[in-house]
Design a protein around this ligand. Sequence first.
Ligand SMILES: NC(=O)c1ccc[n+]([C@@H]2O[C@H](COP(=O)([O-])OP(=O)(O)OC[C@H]3O[C@@H](n4cnc5c(N)ncnc54)[C@H](OP(=O)(O)O)[C@@H]3O)[C@@H](O)[C@H]2O)c1
Length: 276
Amino acid sequence: MKIIEANGAQIPALGYGTYTLEGATCIDMVAKAIDAGYRHIDTARMYGNETEVGEGIRRSGIARNELFVTTKIWWTDIGEGNLQDSAEAAIEALGIGPVDLLLIHWPNADVDLEESIDALNDTIDRGLTRHIGVANFTSAMLDEAAAMSSAPLVCNQVEYHPLLSQDAIHDACRRHDMAMIAYSPVGQGGVLLGHPAVLAIAERHGRSAAQVVLRWEIQQEGVGAIPRTKNPARLAENLDIFDFDLDEEEFQQLAGLSKRRQRLVDPSFAPNWDRV
Ligand SMILES: NC(=O)c1ccc[n+]([C@@H]2O[C@H](COP(=O)([O-])OP(=O)(O)OC[C@H]3O[C@@H](n4cnc5c(N)ncnc54)[C@H](OP(=O)(O)O)[C@@H]3O)[C@@H](O)[C@H]2O)c1
């Protein structure tokens, strides 16, 4: 497993995303993911499944210090006081002690950024998390936030796959020694996995389309990915990407697909994204 070193955090490059997982399925899949070798689990307050994620982790029997667990504070709760309260609730729901990484899930134009970043830093002082970071920040917001934060921000979690270039954000992450964690990394299982260019490369390597796309992501410096699946067989498939390389031509071919600029996650409260 590739480990991303980011401002003192060691983040396993391939994690398990848990959005939409709930109830017994969530508990079971998280335990199975850890069994299959995942050492990085991604959840959020908004997913409403932290209790089940925590239960799955306990059920797996893994030592807590072998696992990297991330949760996120919803954008309506990132003001002073609210953010810390929400973080306390997250830690209580998970029931595994402090998380490894606590993220602001989305920026909020109505809350002063410095207030949010100060509150986020306070969660480290309160022993709720080891590291802090952000998600869905533009490159300009990342520069601002990094300059304001007393503890270093260790990642920006953003949508990333071959149909959506994130060069500006990747450059900003590299400037600040932060990881860029790719969400929706297999394009939510949509057209990306049927793209002829992806399929041709997959066939050449004897791999699946999802494996090629995930490999393309984690082969880049400081980039991780957190694919989600409810299918136990795909847990192993998505993790089995550390024993082959894409060559420069294949890499550029996939990078070229981003001309389509297909953003899958773009809610009304999203920031003004970087231009592609
Ligand atoms: N920070 C944020 O704002 C944010 C936003 C979105 C997501 N996230 C995080 O990122 C995680 C992943 O993103 P996502 O859930 O949007 O999308 P994703 O992981 O790109 O796609 C998940 C979909 O792809 C399918 N899939 C997974 N592996 C596959 C494979 N090997 N072959 C074919 N299909 C496959 C899954 O179907 P099956 O279940 O049938 O396998 C599921 O429908 C989330 O779970 C969440 O933790 C964060």
